[in-house]
Design a protein around this ligand. Sequence first.
Ligand code: HEC
Length: 125
Amino acid sequence: MVIMNTFANRPDSSALLRFCGFMLFAGLVCSTKPAFAENDELKKLMLSNNCMACHMIDKRKYGPQFYEVAEKYAGDSAAVGKLAAKIKAGGTGVWGEDYMPPQPQVSDADAKTIAQMILALKPAK
Ligand code: HEC
């Protein structure tokens, strides 16, 4: 009887497992998607302009994470211009001793767009 039950239950429990697995996966996709969509455009620009080597949006790498940058300049109406200029010219001394080299490959338009997108970031708390 026990053996019969085990056999009889097998198809059911594996279907349940698969269902749970699917729900877990679906939940993961659904819960992470909005955050990705919000930052997709910025990530694309970071990739194509070679910022990823030193920066991440949500983690400190060689340079500051962009969530921190957004926080630092919150309420500073001149920040877009300042950051756009710094992105192209590079510099040091704001976040420590590390030096950001000039990024002449970035177009003026991209520098401004990136600065605006960084400043629009809302830290995921
Ligand atoms: C070789 C490493 C490196 C690369 C590549 C790099 N950065 Fe940086 N970035 C840094 C460092 C280091 C700092 C901190 C500079 C400082 O303290 O003034 C920084 C600072 C910044 C800041 C904050 C500036 C401030 O004054 O608060 C922004 C915004 C920024 N980077 C954007 C970018 C963007 C956009 C790109 C790609 C076009 C980029 N960085 C490429 C290393 C890098």
